[in-house]
Design a protein around this ligand. Sequence first.
Ligand SMILES: *[C@@H]1O[C@H](CO)[C@@H](O)[C@H](O)[C@H]1NC(C)=O
Ligand SMILES: *[C@@H]1O[C@H](CO)[C@@H](O)[C@H](O)[C@H]1NC(C)=O
Length: 456
Amino acid sequence: MKVVTLLLACVVVAQCHSTLHQDETKLDEDLAKLTKMVLGRWKNKRSHRPSRPTSIPRECPVKVGARRNCQKERLTDIARARYWYKISDENTNIDFPLASTIPWLAQNLSETKYYYALDPFESRHLVLLQTWTNILLNTVFPGLTAAFNTTSFESPQEYAIAYKAWQQSVQATKAPQYFANPSQFPTITDHVSTGHWQTDEAFTQRRLTGQCPYFLKKVVDDEDDKGYHVDDLKPLVNTKFFEDFEMKYSATESVSIEQAIEDGRLFVLHIPEMVGIKNVPDVFAPLLQDRKLADVKSPISFFVLGDDGLLHVVAIQRNPVQTSEVDTSESSNWLLAKGEAEMASDLYCQAKIHLGEVHFVSTIYCLSFRRHLSTKHPLYDFFKHHCEGTVPHITTVFETLTTPNAAGSVIYGTGNQGFLDLSQKAFAERDYESNTYEDFIKVRTMRKGFLPFIKI
Ligand SMILES: *[C@@H]1O[C@H](CO)[C@@H](O)[C@H](O)[C@H]1NC(C)=O
Ligand SMILES: *[C@@H]1O[C@H](CO)[C@@H](O)[C@H](O)[C@H]1NC(C)=O
């Protein structure tokens, strides 16, 4: 459950970032006030000024030609760091199961726990983890389990009830703000209680401001253009749909799919890497014999840029083969089709982008800088904050993702195996130059200012 929480927390924080700007003006004012206050205090009470947290140790100036540069201390410091910060390779024998393929901290789990519990800086993470676990087990879960026990999750209403129970459990902690759940803020519209989450607007909004809001691609026909090439898309799309479907720009104007592509107004959400991804055996099968776990699919969702300047979801093809059915908002399957698109996108986001690209790829920096920079080096402080908790975070909870049937493996139908396959793929394909948001946006031809923010 720890990992579920951590993953959810990351998701929620990401969503929070995207919604917070509503309060930007207020924030700016508050920040201006705060800055004034702090500066005032700094001027008036120079002697009581707190030392800056990221200050360079005074006794070790970095200036060229400085009389003292602590060469010797730095070398000792790095030698000490290397005693602990060893990086795994194909010969490493530790209990982190991917240590031979992914460079990781070459220490066993129990030693890792001790080290980080004692480390004055990193221990904060373990305290947080322990506290969260206790809160979840003692305060949140009892009420939540009772509520979940009364529902069989067969209708959206039942999901709303379970969600409400979650909200109440979080409130019961008396520290709901630390759950960073946007719906806890009075200024945020709660989409679950209002049922707004079921609307096409909310589905589209999540493509642009939800977790991993950069999977949408513009369909292009010129080989040199970046986006989803029509030649790659067409062989996957239902032929009749591709030829006959009318793309509505407005209530009165419709064009063919080919025309919408030519106009640069057709967008798709489809993740080729999700094609053929397999479910693991359903751990709940003995408990829920009257239902079968649905496969995680790889649907193609079609969006059109309307004359109103907004993006609209117009159709979802549930499987990427030419014989597949295509649903629209008129279909009885529409909500299910949107749910399947959502699940494919979320699994890919969590497994490949989050676990793979964020943790497996970026952690290498966090391990390496400690081997190469002395704690007395000015950049050490910068990296230290940037990397806080990243190693113990994954090392201590990794089992729940890799072990079959553990908490992390029941979030998605593809279980622990899907998570492992996609995250390792991210490591195998790592490319430091293209892993930037700027590039994510460019590749997907969603240039800044091109699409107005979807309004609700
Ligand atoms: C990790 O634990 C295993 C099994 O106890 C042991 O053989 C191995 O040497 C340990 N590795 C390290 C780096 O301490
Ligand atoms: C769930 O409900 C069943 C009966 O419907 C009951 O036996 C069980 O104790 C309940 N579990 C919890 C955790 O409330």
